[in-house]
Design a protein around this ligand. Structure first.
Ligand code: M6R
Length: 607
């Protein structure tokens, strides 16, 4: 799960590689490095940590060269150190890699037996040494890479420059995305179109198994069988400008505050606002005829799909499963060919979600994507992609992507309910109205964000935190716990409020903060009873509800938060804000790296 960039060019590349690496930092920030060809020799600079460290290193010791490759790393094999940073180099080549080479241990053993030495703990170096071994045996770069690819197992993307071969980069894609960009007398390679945006908008995506010889004049692309193939060149939509933080201290806070606007944009795309009814793009199949829906994603995207499960089941009266991609893809679950599989992903590159998509397609299911990055692999590979229009989400913690995913799936549930006649137009309009109101209600909550900064003091002092919710607020409780863990490093768990008494209630004592999400829906009284149970055991309850609910617990909870009145259908949108803001302010109080928390990456392109 790393970022790759490369330029086969005619003018100095180091600064441009560095700029593109900044755009790829969302894929990992454990270390970064660049290698260029200078007079046929390989020169490289590497640094542990974020791109700024590499920039400082390059400022001390600049790199010349008009062809080069760069890499930003999320560590899989080997600690995040300079020795393990890419590019990995031998006396014949330098190589960068995204993904995992699964048979690295066996190959390493074999290569050591052949007299090779290794200087890192990475799986990547095995590819570098294997190709070096083939070159030493007399193979050309092209033949050496072709032969090595046959021996490498796993999902990966590679880019390699060769000693004595100025202007040449060989790239390969198996499982991990790789794009080519075409310029005037220069050719570019990158993990995504966003990295290539300042360099070129004329993009071709390598397909599964493809590999290519890239030179300043263009690229010769080969398929897995070694046949020369053409891949369509398209104009990428990505903007050339790097997204800034505006007046916000962190991207996470900026993105939380963007939600009323981007949610409005998303709703404009999936509701006919004049008619107050959902609008789906033209489909080559009838989604209302699906006998089962399988909603697949990871992390926050998975929790969004767990909310959508409630909506689709209730409004469309169709069986729905919400699956973790990493479990689903290996489970060998019987798949109903009359079913629809729906993939939820901000990045559109999450390896497990992508693999689950391919598995479903291979089994004949219709596929829909709910994706934020329009040029991403998932957006391109699904039959129909429903965009979330959240704009670039830079903070590692997903916020606006979550609520816009909810918006797309809420309108989808209304549309399917209408088409299946399980709801009538009057009800559909009422639900759409409830959604249209959400941005304004969100703005009200965000105007009172300061109260969450105060409440965060309680969470920041805690060792563990519990989140409770029922119905569509149960996934919100899971999301709240995930958000807090990832940005503040405080242990947190989300539970269905009714499940607490089946075990987790043993955790409750008089120092445990319990955040309760209790919108005024048909489950409110049940949740309130569960809150009585934890208050009776001394828990410090932060009770988030409407005015009536807040009044009920005002004297007994540690704190109450009064949320605006909304239709219960729209509650998950609003109740997402307190959990995001609590996590954010707690992280700030704890002094963590909010936008790039330790051990994480924005896009998880390894399984
Ligand atoms: O790009 P995706 O939506 O597919 O990413 C899925 C998860 O990796 C992501 O939601 C992750 O859980 C977030 N960092 C949570 O804030």
């Amino acid at each position: 799960m790393c970022g790759i960039i490369g330029i086969a060019g005619q003018s100095a590349v180091a600064d441009r590689l560095l700029e593109s690496l900044r755009r790829l930092e969302y894929r990992g920030y454990d270390s970064a490095g660049i290698a260029t060809l200078v007079d046929g020799r390989i020169e490289r600079r590497r640094a542990e940590g974020k791109i700024d460290r590499l920039a400082a290193r390059l400022a001390e010791e600049p790199l010349a060269g008009t062809t080069g490759i760069g890499h930003t790393r999320w560590a899989t094999h080997g600690a995040p150190s300079e020795a393990n940073a890419h590019p990995h180099a031998t006396d014949r080549l330098a190589l960068v890699h995204n993904g995992i080479i699964e048979n690295h241990a066996a190959l390493r053993k074999e290569l050591i037996a052949r007299g090779h030495r290794f200087s890192s703990e990475t799986d990547t170096e095995v590819a570098a040494v294997l190709i070096t071994d083939l070159l030493a045996g007399g193979a050309s770069p092209k033949d050496a890479v072709a032969a090595a690819l046959k021996r490498l197992e796993g999902a990966f993307a590679l880019a390699i420059v060769f000693v004595g071969k100025p202007g040449l980069i060989i790239v390969a894609r198996r499982g991990s995305p790789l794009a080519l960009g075409f310029g005037q007398g220069e050719t570019y390679i990158g993990s995504d179109a966003m990295a290539l945006a300042p360099l070129s908008r004329r993009i071709a995506y390598l397909e599964e198994g493809d590999w290519a010889e890239v030179t300043p004049d263009g690229a010769t692309i080969y398929d897995e069988a070694g046949r020369v193939v053409a891949r369509p060149v398209r104009m990428a939509e990505s903007t050339g400008a790097l997204v800034g933080k505006g007046n916000y201290r962190h991207f996470m806070l900026k993105e939380i505050h963007e939600q009323p606007v981007v949610l409005g944009d998303t709703l404009k795309g999936c509701l006919a606002l004049d008619m107050r009814l959902p609008r789906l793009p033209p489909l080559a199949f009838k989604p209302e005829e699906a006998t089962r829906w399988t909603l697949i994603g990871c992390g926050t995207a998975h929790y969004a799909s767990r909310v959508a499960k409630y909506w689709l089941e209730e409004l469309a009266q169709v069986p729905v499963e919400s699956e973790l991609a990493s479990e689903f893809r290996y489970r060998r679950a019987p798949l109903d060919p009359k079913g629809i599989a729906l993939f939820v992903s901000q990045s559109g590159e999450t390896a497990d979600t992508l693999a689950a998509l391919r598995h479903c397609k291979a089994n004949g299911l219709h596929t829909i994507g709910v994706v934020n990055v329009p040029e991403s692999s998932i957006a391109r590979e699904v039959e129909v992609s429903l965009p979330t229009n959240a704009g670039p989400e830079i903070g590692v913690a997903s916020t606006k992507a979550f609520t816009t995913q909810l918006a797309v799936m809420a309108t989808l549930a209304i549309a399917i309910g209408l088409a299946r006649r399980t709801i009538d137009e009057k009800r559909a309009r009422a639900l759409a109205e409830a959604l249209i109101e959400v941005p304004a209600r969100m703005t009200e909550v965000l105007a009172r964000a300061a109260q969450f900064r105060t409440l965060a003091q309680t969470l920041a002092a805690a060792r563990d935190v519990i989140y409770l919710g029922r119905g569509t607020c149960y996934p919100l409780a899971l999301e709240g716990a995930l958000k807090l863990k990832e940005v503040s490093y405080i242990h947190a768990e989300g539970y269905a409020a009714g499940e607490l008494k089946h075990g987790p209630i043993a955790l409750i004592d008089d120092v445990m903060p319990v955040v309760v999400l209790a919108p005024p829906d048909h489950l409110y009284e049940k949740t309130a009873s569960n809150v009585e149970e934890v208050i009776a055991r001394g828990a410090k309850v932060i009770f988030i509800s409407d005015a009536r609910g807040a009044a009920q617990f005002k004297d007994r909870a540690l704190a109450t938060v009064e949320m605006p009145d909304v239709d219960p259908f729209a509650a998950p949108f609003l109740y997402a804000l307190p959990v995001q803001l609590l996590a954010y302010y707690t992280a700030v109080l704890r002094g963590t790296d909010v936008d790039q928390p330790r051990n994480l990456a924005k896009s998880v392109t390894v399984e």
